[in-house]
Design a protein around this ligand. Structure first.
Ligand SMILES: C[S@@+](CC[C@H](N)C(=O)[O-])C[C@H]1O[C@@H](n2cnc3c(N)ncnc32)[C@H](O)[C@@H]1O
Length: 318
């Protein structure tokens, strides 16, 4: 097996919807902001450049510290990096004595650096051990553990629920068959099995894309992290402060949309057997803009990864 170590050659992440994020956040001098998904620091840098404010940048991936070091030098005394999970946002806020927060931004998912770092196992484009942990120091489960130890039925459910993959049962069957001979160890071995289950041809995306995404979401417990973070963000954001979330996956967007609707007092009755009535209570938040913003065609053509991005934003009003 040839494992590629590309961490030194991976390109920095291109910030998605940056103009829209800045407009919605509208950072102010003296403001205190949290960039909950620091990555290569694209948002942090723009926020610090646009106002005389402070930013706390959180990332669970310690390998981004090099970008944080650069920004600490460039914006001395105005930026602090915190290596941690936004699922523990409440503890991070309390441990760092953040008694006023004027804005929190989440840019959910993996960065292009993580995808490009072949040895991390996020991508089937590079042969690597099945890892997929964003935080490799966490000691948590890896994609290898899930692929080789989860029951066939649970694997099928994971691939269907988190990847939306219609051929989930066939893929889980083939994974089970392959691992009964020997453990599945690498991204390319797994991608090959998935492609067999899925039919190799006639796809606009690689046949392993959805199943890989499903595994990544489970390895990193991404949906629970998001739910916990949104609850903490709504609890601690200051009056007038804003919460912005960019998602790339419909399950994540659903969580954000429904929670923001609830916070803004708008609860749509989703029971199709009942009349569609909107219920309003007295909200503590309002929408910064209606619905979700998506990238322009121009942005998508320069950065195809942006194509499924959705930005939602709310502001505390009492
Ligand atoms: C899409 S990138 C963010 C890119 C960033 N906005 C930029 O412009 O460079 C997402 C980052 O969030 C981090 N991340 C994802 N889930 C996280 C979590 N639950 N807690 C902390 N960081 C997380 C990832 O490690 C990754 O570096």
């Amino acid at each position: 097996m040839q494992i590629i170590n590309s961490s030194e050659t991976s390109k920095p992440h291109k910030p998605v919807l940056i103009k829209e994020v800045l407009e919605a956040l509208s950072p102010q001098d003296e403001g205190i902001y949290i960039d909950a998904t620091f990555g290569a620091g694209g948002y942090t840098k723009e926020i610090l450049t646009n106002a005389g404010c402070k930013v706390h940048g959180i990332d669970r991936d310690s390998s981004v510290a090099k970008f944080a070091d650069d920004l600490s030098k460039q914006f001395e005394g105005r930026f602090k990096f915190i290596n941690g999970e936004f699922g523990s946002l409440e503890n991070i806020i309390l441990d760092n004595n953040l008694d006023r927060i004027d804005g929190i931004v989440f840019d959910i998912g993996v960065s292009s650096m993580q995808l490009d770092q072949g040895e991390r196992g996020f991508s089937f484009a590079k042969n690597a051990p099945l890892d997929m942990r964003m935080d490799q120091n966490s000691g948590g489960i890896t994609a290898y553990d899930i692929v080789n130890s989860t029951s066939e039925q649970d694997l099928a459910d994971i691939i269907f629920k988190f990847g939306g993959e219609r051929k989930s049962r066939k893929i889980a069957y083939l994974i089970n068959k392959a691992r009964s001979i020997k453990p599945i160890e690498t991204t390319c071995e797994l991608a090959e099995i998935i492609a067999r289950g899925n039919g190799r041809y006639g796809h606009s995306i690689h046949p392993a894309t959805k199943a890989f995404q499903a595994l990544r979401i489970v390895v990193n417990d991404e949906l629970t992290q998001l739910e916990n973070a949104l609850i903490a963000a709504a609890k601690y954001i200051a009056l007038g402060g804003k919460i912005l979330v960019i998602t790339f996956h419909s399950l994540e967007d659903k969580i954000v949309k429904e929670y923001f609707n609830e916070l803004c007092g708008k609860r749509i009755n989703t029971n199709r057997h009942l009349p569609q009535i909107e219920f309003y209570n007295e909200p503590n938040f309002e929408f910064v803009f209606k619905g979700a913003l998506t990238p322009s065609n121009e942005e998508v053509s320069g950065n195809p990864r942006a194509r499924s991005a959705k930005l939602r934003a709310i502001r505390r009003i009492k």
